[in-house]
Design a protein around this ligand. Sequence first.
Ligand SMILES: [Zn+2]
Length: 291
Amino acid sequence: MKIRFHVVVILCVLAIAAAAVAFAARSSRGQSRRANSKTSAKPAVRVTDSSSTKASAFTAAAGQNAVLRNDLTWTFGGKPQRGWYLYDLLISKTLNTDHDPVSNNFAEELAGWQKKRRLSADGVLDQDVLMALVSQWQSARLKNRAPAQPDQLVTAPPSDFYDPGRAAELRQVERNAYEAYKEMIAAAAADLKLAPTSKYLKIVSSYRSREYQDQLRKNSPNSGSAGLAVNSPHFTGRALDVYVGGSPVDTNDSNRAIQVNTPAYKWLVRHAERFGFRPYFYEPWHWEYVK
Ligand SMILES: [Zn+2]
């Protein structure tokens, strides 16, 4: 009898404890559900519904992006262009996304960017969107293109150059740009574990005098306005062409496709801004000191 009574008491205690635990779990779930529904504006059920409609909308956009990324036809500097895959990294940086450029998530992030710019927020990276991106990148470039005065220039040592045999007058850089470049290159060398003999991020071309630029234009008359500009930012001494792989300064798509995939270029896209350098989207090697 005594034992049975004890068993009954123990069972009752266990049952009450179990009920209490179950109740506590239920109410804490309830609280977190309430907390969740407080943070999102819509009730949980509707959020699920609208995100699944969204997902299917962006699936279609992602499908279009997969085609346009390789095939969109557009013009830059008077030259026909094809696709935007060469600018994947710059686009992702601008949209502040890590998602694959042909994914639904990317399309959704793009739609957010489009909305902010009052473009149709469909998540499709078509010609209008690409032009908006290009104009944003172009407007972030060096504004003051006044030619450098001799006292603003320093002559960098041959070891900073892709071609160490370059003449002293072709190794000049604007003083502040050079200081920033040296800081940037030290950070890049550490991050990328570049050997001292590595050509990556060495300077291919820096300050160019107007006379020298005219000579370059004469030597390559077909380079067009996307190539050797009449009013080159290189006159300022603040534009640097650095080695990012492939053929150093060749705008052929196949060459640029190599360049935009090197660790050196990827590093620049991620970090150069911190040192005051901004890209020229069309030439992966060309960076301008804008501070
Ligand atoms: Zn350049």
